[in-house]
Write a protein that binds this ligand. Sequence first.
Ligand SMILES: *Cc1c(COP(=O)(O)O)cnc(C)c1O
Length: 375
Amino acid sequence: MTFRFPFLDLAKVNAPYETGMKEAASRVIASGRYIGGQEVTEFNATLAGLCNAPYAVGVSNGLDALRLILEGYKQIGRLNDGDEVIVPANTYIASVLAVSHAGLKPILADPDITTMNLSAESIKRHLTERTKAIMPVHLYGRVAWDDDMRLICEEKSLLVIEDAAQAIGAEATVDGLFDSRMAGAIGHAGALSFYPTKNIGALGDAGAIVTHDARLAEAITALANYGSDHRYHNIYRGFNCRLDPIQAAMLNIKLADINNINRQRRLNAEAYDSGIGNPLIIKPKISPDNVWHQYVVRLQGNSRDRFRKFMTNNGVETDIHYATPPYRQPCYINKFQDSFAVSDLLAYEIVSLPISSATTLDDISQISEIINRFK
Ligand SMILES: *Cc1c(COP(=O)(O)O)cnc(C)c1O
């Protein structure tokens, strides 16, 4: 089925960069260097600058970025097997998988219903003596950070490991733990994803970590390269999680345009906010700390599926992020004791509308008119 308003047309998203990307690909081909090298070095420097963090390390994907941060903290003695990490219950499953993979214990916390993010209140409900870290997920592009969260983390000396996969370029409205307010660099370390659908997407898998911690950056660089600190010398039992230079080259082209990409998404969100006037639709709050990876509305009662059908019939493709929370997935079923009322409610009510940089303000105005006709 083809939609007049597709949810996300990736070819259209990448079309403005096609010439630059082809030139960059040719450069990589001609360089004869297909692991590491100049493109990766440039990518790391650009990303560190963008996030206002001293260190950035490109890696294979967002899940590996999260896992490498946790493994890195274990190698440098800041985390130990079985330590508890608080993660929002409504996140994409990768956040939870990374904690499991690292031999740590994911503790799921129900999100705040309005921000759909972790809050100080939800963290407090799950703190124990074994809590060693929190993983705020800046879900849908909205920064999950405020003064109350910062106070808890400072008071309890918790590591703050951000899942910033959806929030590149987002800026918190209050200070982080160090001297950056940029998503990924608010806490001790953060993971970014460049999966093709993200605000900055590669032509395949890619990810990165950013951190204020020199020892962690060093440990991750080694862990991602077989645990090798120099050639044929392995200090850790590491992995192969390097960023490919061909992807770094693609990302270097797109990173140069991040402000335009995020500006377009912000304008789109504001256009929905002023365009949608249907009382059946609960809109997300507009705030300056959001780069709008998704524009997620809620439909109460049993109207969500009827709404999606109505939108489909009117040529608008919608999606759900995410219909099945991690704790209801077969791989985690019955592994978490708590119940997650807010997360369950959200999974039942949420709908994502088209918002990418390939969606125009004219599209948004037409989609809003269609939404306003829904009864
Ligand atoms: C995309 C995503 C990830 C994983 O990133 P990949 O690059 O796909 O491995 C992790 N967390 C969140 C919240 C994501 O949206």
